[in-house]
Write a protein that binds this ligand. Structure first.
Ligand code: HEM
Length: 424
């Protein structure tokens, strides 16, 4: 396979997008810009993958309007087989929001939303500020030298998720190291086998079950206790609650969906400011960080690489004929740099307006449930960071994790040594 793509018959490309090395230094935007010139929807060749050694072929949706169309047309494109490129086995569908459709999905989403009451959201927002302050105090006390990813971007979303589920402080480092290893296992260079990964997942799941059981016995003032008790009316006028399995699955979805993503916007956002000193100076001169600047940093980082769907019935997308049963993958970072929608997409423009990025999904029923909270975390971190420092100095080279599109977040900064110069 070549790394410079050429289009073969029927819109098939001859680049293997599942090769994790493509993502070793961040998202390969140049490659995708080239692919977009060939089409917004392209056929990926059949290639062997860890979960499908005999080979698997699929469609790549890389244009902005086409991605939105696929995300919104949930009748035609089913989420039941989960977000990874390779479909989940049928017995794993319908128990988590990310792998369900229609009424099943609506029911789960309604029940989960019941935990996020306005009072609970206000409480979480206070926690975001408290945790951010603690994190920056810790770096200041250590003299300002730190690893931006490990010491700053990583702890905030992890603690907020842990606060949501009411996780005791003493359990957190154990749980955080499990989620971290699960995520790393997708990078072949991490040397973590599929068996080891399955073991880590099983341990985390068992922990979620113990915590859930404890919350049901002794409800506390956290989202998890509300979820354990939440009920909505079902179609027959009866009472529907989250089953233990559904609640435990939500724990897994949360700990992955809500942590890596936000972490990557913080770390890649700071990196963007280091690479663009004029944007950093401009932000520091303003009174607070405006919403549109946060949206541009989210577009710039686009931390979720791709989500899969299965074609329900024969249909047409981006001029291509798709068949029932085909698998499509929606590439959010590519759509967010689509020249047809974003003027000068490769310019970091903190005043970009409109900014119709699809980093949280292309709309439709699965639009990110945590978008509001994520924005709050990112904004608080940037506001505090810029208010408390005079400048940020890069003290080492970045290192990336490259996990390939078989994991939904395929490109993450793993390490970025910096020195924060705190105001005196
Ligand atoms: C910058 C941070 C984040 C980004 C970029 C992001 C992105 C996404 C994307 C692309 C999807 C899939 C949309 C689709 O299938 O159409 C999604 C779904 C989801 N996200 Fe986020 N997310 C972020 C933070 C969070 C946080 C903090 C939470 C929870 C506290 C969260 C919870 C979820 C859940 C539960 C879903 C599944 C929704 C469903 O299937 O109905 N996310 N997110």
């Amino acid at each position: 396979m070549h790394t410079a793509p050429t289009e073969l018959r029927d819109g098939e490309i001859d680049v293997d997008l599942t090769d994790t090395e493509l993502y070793r230094h961040g998202f390969p935007h140049e490659l995708f810009a080239e692919l977009r010139r060939q089409g917004a929807v392209l056929r990926h060749p059949t290639v062997p993958m860890r979960r499908s050694p005999d080979g698997f072929g699929f469609w790549v949706v890389i244009g902005h309007p086409e991605l939105q169309e696929a995300a919104r047309a949930s009748e035609a494109f089913s989420a039941a087989a989960g977000p990874m490129v390779i479909p989940n086995p049928a017995d794993r569908s319908g128990i988590a929001m990310t792998s369900s459709d229609g009424d099943t999905h609506t029911r789960l989403r309604k029940l989960v939303s019941a935990g996020f009451t306005p009072r609970m959201i206000a409480h979480l927002e206070e926690q975001v500020l408290r945790r951010t302050t603690q994190i920056l105090d810790g770096v200041a006390a250590a003299g300002g030298d730190c690893d931006l990813v490990r010491d700053l971007a990583y702890p905030l979303p992890m603690h907020i998720i842990a606060d949501i589920v009411g996780m005791p402080d003493q359990d957190r480092s154990w749980v955080f190291s499990h989620t971290d290893r699960i995520m790393r296992s997708n990078d072949p260079r991490a040397g973590i086998t599929l068996e080891e990964r399955a073991q880590l997942e099983a341990e985390l799941f068992a922990y979620a079950q113990r915590l859930g059981a404890e919350k049901r016995r002794n409800p506390a003032d956290d989202v998890w206790s509300l979820l354990a008790a939440a009920a909505i009316e079902d179609e027959r006028g009866g009472r529907s609650t989250l089953s233990d399995l559904e609640l435990d699955m939500f724990f897994l979805v949360l700990s992955i969906a809500g942590s890596e993503t936000t972490r990557n916007v913080i770390s890649q956002g700071v990196r963007a400011l280091l690479d663009h000193p004029e944007a950093d100076a401009d932000l520091r001169a303003r009174d607070g960080v405006p919403d549109i600047a946060i949206e541009e940093l989210i577009r710039w980082a686009s931390p979720v690489t791709s989500f899969g769907r299965t074609v329900n019935h024969d249909t047409v997308l981006g001029g291509r004929d798709l068949r029932a049963g085909d698998r499509i993958t929606m590439w959010f970072p590519s759509a967010n740099f689509d020249e047809r929608v974003f003027a000068e997409p490769f310019r970091l423009d903190l005043d970009r307006s409109p900014n119709r990025h699809v980093a949280f999904g292309g709309g439709g029923p699965h639009f990110c449930l945590g978008a509001h909270l994520a924005r709050r975390e990112i904004r608080t971190m940037f506001e505090q960071l810029l208010a408390r420092t005079t400048h940020i100095e890069r003290t080492g080279e970045p290192r990336w994790l490259a996990t390939g599109p078989d994991a939904a977040v395929a490109v993450s900064l793993d390490r970025l040594p910096v020195r924060l110069h705190f105001r005196r």
